[in-house]
Design a protein around this ligand. Structure first.
Ligand SMILES: Cc1ncc(COP(=O)(O)O)c(C=O)c1O
Length: 305
């Protein structure tokens, strides 16, 4: 009998959780705090978004809303587009991704490598909001199904089913604080929902860009534009992260810990360190959303720290 080899899809998740050795410094050690990084860049398409991309497509399939061969549509400029393009390739869907035309070439190339079709909208016409409107218009014209990661419960559900249980098991139930950058808020909502049921005392901390900071993948949403999947009562504290401190931390994570990660991941670590400075005997987990090579063309890793 042949071994039961996994398919690529079955390798999504079960990412490593590793302890930082240098950046937390002597103070964290003296206080008895440990800071752990959940390495989501180890997913096959390179980010935490592999989990919700798989969940949104498989669950829609299970409900009979879509079937292989159908066309899926999503307005996304980042990791979600790359992850959806991979899952669509694995499961046999046509994937149309709509995004503003000022997006970095390396991201576009990754999406088309997976066979997705790109529709570029003029950035001057209103960026992502315009792209989202066009996606909905195409759906109403019968051109395909919009997955809508901002309003789709299958996005946080991916983290209730997988990321949350993994963190609980990997820390043997000792986690005291969970820190995540917030984009769609799917990660923080899903993990928070799971961990709250394990231990109500676990503190959930969200990282958002400070006023004027541009950190790819995360936004400080105005009240009217908050993602539908967001429930404010699941987050105990918000930390606002400046662009220079996030970029400096991304360089330090690579050079001092060997973790080559994106800027939003470094922002989550900045938030985790602020928490560590206030608490004792804590086990703090933060999400490393993706890998640093996705940001090479921005020049962020060229600068002196
Ligand atoms: C680079 C990056 N960081 C953070 C996030 C935030 O994750 P979530 O959408 O689950 O809040 C995203 C989401 O798109 C992202 O692409």
């Amino acid at each position: 009998m042949k071994p039961n080899y996994p398919t690529l899809e079955q390798t999504i998740g079960r990412t490593p959780l590793v302890r930082l050795q240098r950046i937390p410094g002597d103070l964290a050690q003296a206080r008895g705090n440990v800071i752990l990084a959940k390495l989501e860049g180890n997913n096959p398409a390179g980010s935490v978004k592999d989990r919700p991309a798989l969940s949104m497509i498989v669950r829609a399939e299970q409900r009979g809303e879509i079937r292989p061969g159908d066309t899926l549509i999503e307005a996304t400029s980042g990791n979600t587009g790359i992850a959806l393009a991979m899952v669509a390739a694995i499961r046999g869907y046509r994937m149309i991704l709509i995004m503003p035309d000022n997006l970095s070439l390396e991201r576009r190339a990754a999406m088309t490598a997976y066979g997705a079709e790109l529709i570029l909208t003029p950035a001057s016409q209103g960026g992502m909001e315009y792209a989202r409107d066009l996606a909905l218009r195409m759906q109403s014209e019968g051109k395909g199904k919009v997955l809508d990661q901002f309003g789709n419960d299958d996005n946080p559900q991916a983290h209730i089913d997988t990321t949350g249980p993994e963190i609980w098991q990997q820390t043997e139930g000792q986690i005291t604080h969970f820190v995540s950058a917030m984009g769609t808020t799917g990660t923080i909502m899903g993990v928070a929902a799971y961990l709250r049921d394990c231990n109500e005392a676990i503190q959930i901390v969200g990282a958002q860009p400070a006023e004027g900071a541009q950190i790819p993948g995360i936004r400080k949403w105005p009240e009217a534009y908050l993602p539908k999947i967001y429930h404010a009562d699941r987050v105990h504290a918000l930390e606002y992260i400046g662009q220079p401190e996030a970029e400096t931390m991304a360089r330090r994570l690579a050079a001092e810990e060997g973790i080559f990660a994106g800027i939003s991941s470094a922002g989550a670590l900045v938030a985790a360190l602020r928490v560590a400075a206030r608490v004792q005997n804590a086990t703090i987990v933060f999400i490393v959303c993706d890998r640093g090579d996705r940001y090479l063309s921005t020049g962020v890793f060229n600068q002196e720290s």
